[in-house]
Design a binder for this molecule. Sequence first.
Ligand code: ATP
Ligand code: MG
Length: 285
Amino acid sequence: MSKLKIAIQKSGRLSEKSLELLKECGIKLSNGDRKLKSIAKNFPIEILFLRDDDIPQYVEQGVSDIGILGENEVWEKDKNVNIVEKLGFASCKLSLAIPKDENYTGVSYFNNKKVATSYPKILKNYFDQNNINAEIEEIGGSVEIAPGIGLANAIFDIVSTGSTLLMNGLKEVELVTKSEAVMISNKNLSEKKQQILNKLLFRIRAVRNSSENKYILLNAPNSAIKQITAILPGMKSPTILPLAENGWSSLHSVVKEDEFWDIIDQLKALGAQGILVVPIEKMVL
Ligand code: ATP
Ligand code: MG
């Protein structure tokens, strides 16, 4: 039987989350230790552990059918592959930063400056779009030390909290783009492999929906049910069950976690009591 080959990062920021995602999809790997390959016991996929930088090339060539990596690497490598799904983890910014005492005047600041980065292609596109004429110095890592050692005037790099910039006396001045982990696929998957990919995507979406959504249960006076139903849409409409106490009902529904905090005060104001919010393990729409 044909297997879908999936490339994930061997070690680094994406490895654990990529494995966790597969696990949450109910996929069990045969050998826990990461060699080069691992075969799933209960799903027709084979996992290849690679450097994330190499994944776009392997997927383009069909050595691997699909891969999980940061969008930033996909853009930078610019290979002929499809982005099939955003995965919602490893979110980061790609930003320009300059020494903190410099007076920043806008993007034209970068004219005739030297900028160090590991993402020369993304940066060149950005400078071209903004008609900036800057020199791009490509370096492999530790980009943030470049201004301090006199290699460049500025840097273009991944920023998450900004603490690395701060430690190196830099400040973020332009957010160029945002990135998150994505799944990419080869452009010529066989019918069989496409079917396996569709099954995997179905599971991934169910896992992601469940982590964003919560199951909510609350008690409310019958007189408030109509108004509460209006702010608690749920998947179709809430389930309403009568309580033993006359005039009261229990309402069950599904809410987005971030929306929950917005509506909690409204629910309380309408007389809702005993509000429970519980995690959902899988959610199929
Ligand atoms: P490799 O040795 O496999 O090439 P790497 O050093 O290129 O690894 P990591 O540092 O493990 O890569 O980062 C992998 C991806 O995780 C990045 O390409 C980016 O998409 C994302 N990422 C990197 N740094 C952060 C961060 N601070 N916060 C969130 N996501 C990040
Ligand atoms: Mg890398």
